[in-house]
Design a protein around this ligand. Sequence first.
Ligand code: SAM
Length: 296
Amino acid sequence: MIRNTEDGWFEEKLYVDLVPHRYAQRLAMTEVLCRERTAFQELLIFDNPRFGRVLALDGILQTTEADECIYHEMLVHVPLLAHGTARRVLIIGGGDGGTLRQVLRHPVAAVTMVEIDQTVIDRCRAHMPMISQGAFDDPRLRLVIGDGRAFLAEKGETFDAILVDSPDPVGPGEALFTAEFYDLVRRRLATGGVMVAQDGSPFFAPREVADTHQRLRGLFADASVYLVSVPSYVAAPLAIAFASDQRGLRTIPLTTLEQRFREAGLSCRYYSPAVHQAAFLLPPMIAELLSADHVP
Ligand code: SAM
């Protein structure tokens, strides 16, 4: 029995392992396409009238057909257009293929994707092909099935951008939020490289955002977060951590972003160069989580 799926409803008890908020969201399941326990996690794919096809892992919503473009466009185009000439990209996690699809819209030479759970990829390709749209067949992809932390710990090539498309810091995703992991990321970035990481909700998990920032600030010359509102991630806005040893990447002039956007031939539903810039504006209650004297 997959948890939280009684009576034709999927109930997501968000952050229940982190803080006792006694808070949940419920989505009606009009059809269940897939419900199984993989070697790593509980996997559920179902249809909902508003969100379309929905993927949940370990009872936590991961992506939906209706709003995946918001998360995936912002996770990918912000770092790649901030960098400007990223040719080698590494994705950690991202088994639904949405991040991969957006990366492949750029003139990249090679994309390595390290996903721990082959079953997530297989089931998403079968039941949610609208997310990856054939991206897994692209010859520029090198797919590695394994743990992202272990992959980074190996000696190997460096990357212009590393995108951590992880679940929340529970289950197999926990290893992707430690200081040791971020240090491994930094070591595998090429000169001028940039990293981003799904960073959770500043409202529900302020400690996660603050801790991640303290870790990144101790390792990189520049670190911050940017914000994105994804309706199915009810704890909106979601924070995405952004770090680089290259200062200035999060303040690229609008005209430069617009030129890069045009040259990449992109057209997006949520991302625009102006939205990119605005996403780095932090309301005081979120900015204070990043301040040096913040005590979580
Ligand atoms: N957009 C989503 C979110 O933030 O809710 C993340 C979605 S993506 C499907 C997360 C992926 O990370 C899953 O497919 C999971 O199997 C993978 N993953 C979890 N832990 C991992 C690890 N240690 N190494 C590599 N991939 C991992």
